[in-house]
Ligand binder design. Structure first.
Ligand code: GRF
Length: 178
């Protein structure tokens, strides 16, 4: 599988701990992203593809032989021709109980909304923003004295637990010819 990310790469790390050499490529749109450092430390090839109108075509050009694409903090919308090349083969992890709080700063949205709970969701990626079919969710409480940082940290513990589980289920489905 290939992992795409723009940030610190803690979800990449969780996937790597589960799948090891099953991850053969990490692509980032941000040259300084922590995910690149983590991938290099793990001995996984990395590629930087900065944004631009043909970003998804350039990314697709690197994905020959890849079965599954995992977005892990990838801060861009996935577009054609990448979407059609990987039908039900692109997953994303989002820090809310979708369909609640899609888009940026989902944990801030939860706090501002006065939510009593939030969580995270692994879903298939479609052309929308965080709109694809849900695969797996986990819930966490929102505490009265939570800051965006404390809530995000609590959500991330669950992200690191469920993302590998969801990927395992998808790989099994691919193997079964689904
Ligand atoms: C995670 O909270 C994920 O849900 C969101 O972006 C964040 C990425 O974190 N899509 P990391 O780079 O995996 O630490």
């Amino acid at each position: 599988m290939a992992v795409l990310g723009s940030g610190t790469g803690s979800n990449f790390q969780a996937l790597y701990e589960e799948f090891g050499a099953g991850i053969v490529l990490v692509i980032s749109d941000r040259p300084g992203a922590g995910i690149l450092e983590k991938a290099k430390r793990a001995g996984i090839p990395t590629i930087v593809e900065k944004g631009g109108p043909d970003l998804c075509a350039r990314i697709l050009g690197h994905l020959e032989g890849i079965d599954l694409v995992c977005l892990a903090g990838f801060m861009r919308l996935v577009k054609e021709p990448l979407l059609s090349a990987f039908p039900r083969r692109i997953l994303n992890i989002h820090p809310s109980l979708l369909p609640k709080y899609p888009g940026l700063g989902a944990w801030v949205q939860a706090i501002e909304d006065g939510a009593g709970e939030s969580g995270c969701t692994v879903h298939y990626v479609d052309a929308g923003m965080d709109t694809g079919e849900l695969i797996l969710q986990a819930r966490v409480p929102v505490l009265r004295d939570d800051t965006p940082e404390t809530l995000h940290a609590r959500i991330q513990v669950e992200e690191h637990r469920i993302y590998p589980l969801a990927v395992k289920a998808c790989l099994a489905a691919i193997k079964d010819g689904e």
